[in-house]
Write a protein that binds this ligand. Sequence first.
Ligand code: FEO
Length: 390
Amino acid sequence: MQGRVVTERVTLMGGVDWHRRLFDALIPLPEGTSYNAYLVKGSEKTALLDTADPATTDELLQQLEAEQRIDYIVAHHAEQDHSGTLPELLALYPEATVLATEKGKGMLVDLLHLPPERVEAVADGEQRSLGDRTLTFIHAPWVHWPETMLTYLDEERLLFTCDFFGSHYATSRVMVGDDAHVVSSAKRYYAEIMMPFRKPIERHLARLEDLDIAMIAPSHGPIWDRPDVIIDAYRDWVSGSVKNVAVIPFISMHGSTSELVDRLVTELVRHGVTVRPFDLTVTDIGDLAMAMVDAATIVIGSPTVLGGAHPQAAYAASLANALRPKTRFASVVGSYGWAAGSARALVEAMPALRVEVLDPVLVRGKPRADDLEAVDRLTATIAERHRALL
Ligand code: FEO
């Protein structure tokens, strides 16, 4: 795809990766993704903001074919999906200087073997003139790496945010416009990438309140031409408030655990709690991560396997622990044959979650009436805790 017009001086470049279905060999990409680079032309100098994933190097180089000179390449973030084309670009544009944070400079030199003399560190708030356009750099550590920064194009009130506010969403559209679905893609992106960094993100959001922002241009997905939409969504996601929702990732080997989960679902609904059950044999972990963004409770359903949790359930617990959602309550339901070990294993797998652990329900074999009553007591407790909280 050719470069696409954002404004008279700003062109959207980079690659649209329509068919990629996995990121970091971990994260499903049901809608592909894009690696946005932005060419900004001032009256005197030209800057390229971010580059592209090595998989789309040719696309970016083709878009830049007519550019005789690039003065600055701004590297907001050292991860290769945005910095991976830097070695080729530095070879093509010998006059270009890479601008990054001090930490970013070290990472680019170490990760991509860039010559240190070609990378210049810029301070928080530092400005670089392109003539009639000015770039202002805003350090934003931990969204989602420690070296990240944003760039504000003063004269156009355009904020370039790299991963921050991004979405894995391949589209030929430049702007989000009225495509409400992008918010859902951005929520999935937040859940998978940003959620562990809620506190720094909250601080960066507060800082952005002082900026007059006309558009937010991330390096994945389309541009937010109504920036309040995504800023308000992020404020909600990072806030301390949770929703009256129970997320239930589960797996069942012979039907006993799924019987407990069915009862849990039925009773939670009867108590007015919204449920999101996920059968882990068919679950897209991005959907599960997205459901965890604001759910008050996680209940994992797992049989005991060889004295511990089923590996799939252990994976769900490990995912929750890594993503650190703001969940307040957790529990476990499951069956066992001769020893009940799943609950302890799963709770111990989530030390990063600041949750109250509610009494698990573990049953030997097929649930009996009193086992189902124990599930009923768990659901009543969950509903009561939610009422007290919301
Ligand atoms: Fe899109 Fe953290 O790279």
